[in-house]
Ligand binder design. Structure first.
Ligand SMILES: [Zn+2]
Length: 563
């Protein structure tokens, strides 16, 4: 009967009585026609009907799902029917911690991230083709001396050889430094006698000459800042995420009003290919003024439930907050960003304003600060606090007791599982040691405790790649092949839950997205294989063939025809 009601509503809509405002932004493309896909291998992630063959959608919403016969009987066999020929369909993936807009500026410079350019030699070759921007600067992003195979970054001399006359800045993958050439230093008036700024330094070799590596944002920003994102870069970033099967992503770096307005306009453009869930910076200069007005900037593709704060820095950056300090003690120091009293007050304030705290916490001490503050707010506010869903971002190092507390407090972790693979060896050998690195992203414990855990890539730190992260979560392998904490491995089904149902819950969108269920958005992805039936060790080799948002194709693999 539900379907019949929907059909009646649909007929009324065609009659022009009302427009579906929820989908107004996609109105250029979303049609009132009924589309049907049959003969698919559908993983619904809906426990009431885990598998299906056919799906029908209209006006961007799913109107029927089940066997070929059942769906065609419901909607009629005279509709637009696509034969999937056995291809797998899963719910659109949800990236729970992205800096989608901020990091899109990568598309405005030459990208030499080690994930796609694994050697320094390859990175320099790529840089050699870079062209100066309108101000005459050659800009790159993503060099990292710890991740290139040579374990070295580009030197001043390397860059001078490529660009003797143009200034060059290659921003470090962490965003907290850069590699520059002689011309860039000369223009900026920096030489070997220049004093280091507070919070950074100009690296020197044994002879006291500048190497060209500038450590820390204060040092690199004396030469040049990273370009601002714009509409062009944002659309490229959105397409990149669609190509990874993502239909809902996030922007946890709304730093000021200008940024917020740009993002709001972008998502209302009518052609934007993604849903975005955002959080405003608690450190934004206009935080107090903006808080009451944030919701006014929401639209059908943009939700702003979160306020972002940090209880520590980054473990590999030497600024994590760890209960027992660093494994190699001189690698870093305690990076706690405030006292317990400070965070108690800050989180309570977010609760009182009706916002959901999104708390960056990497080390176990940082997680403790976050959980204590959440508990404090909940005890102060009692029942009133129940509708608020705090999120612990990264949660890289946790102990068993903290996982239990997350379950009790309803503090949902979004794990930065990518660390196990790319930085796992560094954590094992240097930052955390064997015991604590085995607990990196303790997804196994989280699922055992019944927590709705999710996973993320945190761009620009690593590119959005749900299938790679699902593989890492099931295999727990580092790039050298070492296994980190086999007991924290999860099943392929749990990894899928993390990217669909659980992520939707963390975003308060469980009625709209996360599973292929009648009434939810027609957000889904065609994959080359079924992640639940393929060997888990092969999940990373699955290809995204096509991505669909509210019934509209946002990505299609062009080489598919030649297969
Ligand atoms: Zn982040």
């Amino acid at each position: 009967m539900k379907v019949l009601n929907k059909l009646i509503i649909f007929v009324l809509l065609i009659g022009g009585i009302s427009a579906c405002s929820e989908q107004a932004n996609l109105k250029n493309k979303v049609t009132a026609d009924i589309n049907v896909i049959i003969n698919a291998d559908i993983v619904t992630m809906d426990s009431l009907m885990p598998a299906a063959q056919a799906i029908a959608y209209s006006e961007g919403k799913i109107i029927a799902i089940g066997s070929n016969e059942a769906v065609l009987a419901q909607v009629g066999a005279d509709k637009s029917i696509q034969d999937a020929q056995g291809e797998t369909i899963v719910p659109g993936f949800i990236e729970t911690h992205d800096h989608f807009y901020l990091s899109s500026a990568i598309f405005l410079v030459t990208d030499i991230q080690p994930f796609t350019t694994p050697t320094l030699a390859g990175a320099l070759e790529k840089m050699s083709t870079a062209k100066p921007d309108k101000d005459g600067w050659v800009l790159g992003f993503g060099a990292d001396q710890t991740l290139y195979q040579e374990k070295m970054g580009p030197s001043r001399q390397d860059l001078d050889k490529l660009f003797p006359n143009d200034p060059v800045v290659i921003f470090h993958l962490s965003g907290h430094g850069g590699f520059v050439n002689s011309k860039a230093l000369e223009i900026s008036g920096i030489d070997k006698n220049t004093a280091n700024p507070t919070g950074g330094y100009f690296e020197k070799d044994a002879q006291g000459e500048l190497t060209g590596y500038l450590s820390g944002i204060p040092a690199v920003s004396m030469v040049r800042g990273f370009p601002d994102a714009n509409e062009k870069s944002a659309l490229l970033a959105a397409k990149q995420r669609a190509a990874a099967g993502v239909t809902t992503s996030s922007e946890l770096a709304l730093m000021n009003k200008k940024f917020l307005i740009e993002l709001s306009e972008l998502t209302q453009s009518g052609t934007f290919p993604m849903r975005i869930v955002a959080g405003y910076f608690s450190t934004a200069p206009d935080y107090k003024e903006m808080l009451p007005a944030l919701k006014n900037h929401e639209n059908s593709l943009l939700k702003i439930p979160f306020i972002k704060t940090w209880t520590d820095g980054s473990i590999q950056g030497g600024t994590g907050s760890l209960k027992d300090g660093y494994y190699q003690a001189d690698f870093g120091s305690d990076g706690a960003q405030g006292s317990q009293e400070f965070f108690n007050q800050q989180i309570l304030d977010m609760y009182q304003q009706g916002y959901w705290p999104a708390i960056h916490a990497n080390g176990d001490n940082a997680v403790e600060l976050a959980l204590n503050a959440i508990e404090y707010a909940q005890q102060k506010l009692g029942e009133n606090s129940k509708s608020i869903r705090p999120q612990i971002i990264h949660a890289q190092v946790t102990n068993k007791a903290q996982i239990q507390r997350m379950a009790v407090l309803g503090a949902n972790p979004s794990f930065f599982i990518t660390h196990v693979y790319y930085w796992g060896d560094l954590h094992y050998e240097t930052t955390l040691g064997p015991e604590k690195s085995a607990r990196l992203s303790a997804l196994g414990d989280a699922f055992s405790a019944g927590i709705k855990a999710s996973m993320h890539n945190d761009p620009p730190v690593s590119p959005v790649n749900p299938l790679l992260n699902m593989w890492i979560a099931t295999q727990r392998k580092t790039t050298s092949g070492r296994i980190l904490g086999a007991e924290q491995a999860i099943t392929a089904e749990q990894a899928m839950l993390a990217y669909t149902v659980n992520a939707a819950y963390q975003f308060g969108m469980e009625k709209e997205v996360g599973s292929l269920t009648v009434g939810k958005n027609a957000d889904f992805v065609f994959l080359s294989d079924n992640p639940l039936t393929i060997k888990a060790s092969e999940i990373k080799d699955i290809t995204v063939l096509k991505t669909v948002l509210a019934g509209v194709t946002t990505f299609e693999l062009t080489t598919k025809a030649s297969k």
